[in-house]
Design a binder for this molecule. Structure first.
Ligand code: DAT
Ligand code: MG
Length: 148
C-alpha cells in the first residue's frame, strides 16, 4: 500500500551537514519527498510534538535538544513508507542499529540519533498534520495554479 510518513532530520545531523546524505538514503530506498520544510522549533512546539513521551524520563532532554537548532521535516511517500523508513533509519539506539542504517552511520547516541520517523499509520497522519497543511503536500497529478 502506498503510504506517507513523517521524517525529521534532527538538529545535530543538520548542524553536521548531513541533510544531503540522509535525503539520498530516502530516495535510494524508493521513498519520494512530497513535502519539505526547514524549521527551528520552539521548546513548546517540541513538547507538543513529543507529547506522547511526556511521562518518560528523557522528555525534558529530548525536547530541549529538538528545539536546539534547525531541523528538516519532510513527508516521504511510497510503498510501505512507514516501515521502509523505520528499516533504513535503524534502531533507536545507534549502537544497536544494524550496519548500513542511517542511525548506525550518523547517530551519536540514543537521544541524538539523527532522524525521526513515524511508527504507525495513525501517528504518521497526526505527525504530518502537525507540520503540513494539505495543500503543502504534493499530490500525483496535482499542480498549484498560479495565484494572484
Ligand atoms: P524512535 O525515535 O525510534 O521512534 P522512541 O519513539 O521510543 O524512538 O523515542 C523517541 C525519541 O526519544 C528517540 O528518537 C530519542 C529519544 N529517546 C528514546 N529513548 C531514549 C532514552 N532511553 N534516552 C534518551 N533519549 C531517548
Ligand atoms: Mg517513536
Amino acid at each position: 500500500m502506498v503510504e506517507r510518513t513523517l521524517s525529521i532530520i534532527k538538529p545535530d545531523a543538520v548542524a553536521r551537514g548531513l541533510i544531503g546524505e540522509i535525503l539520498k538514503r530516502f530516495e535510494a530506498a524508493g521513498l519520494k519527498l512530497v513535502a519539505v520544510k526547514l524549521l527551528h522549533l520552539s521548546p513548546d512546539q517540541a513538547r507538543a510534538f513529543y507529547a506522547v513521551h511526556r511521562e518518560r524520563p528523557f522528555f525534558a532532554g529530548l525536547t530541549e535538544y529538538m528545539s536546539s537548532g534547525p531541523i528538516l521535516v519532510s513527508v516521504l511517500e511510497g510503498e510501505g513508507a512507514i516501515s521502509r523508513n523505520r528499516e533504513i533509519m535503524g534502531a533507536t539506539d545507534p549502537a544497536k542499529a544494524a550496519a548500513g542504517t542511517i542511525r548506525r552511520e550518523w547517530g551519536k547516541d540514543v537521544e541524538k540519533n539523527a532522524v525521526h520517523g513515524s511508527d504507525a499509520p495513525e501517528t504518521a497522519a497526526w505527525e504530518i498534520a502537525f507540520f503540513f497543511k494539505p495543500d503543502e503536500i504534493h499530490r500525483e497529478g496535482g499542480r498549484q495554479e498560479a495565484r494572484g
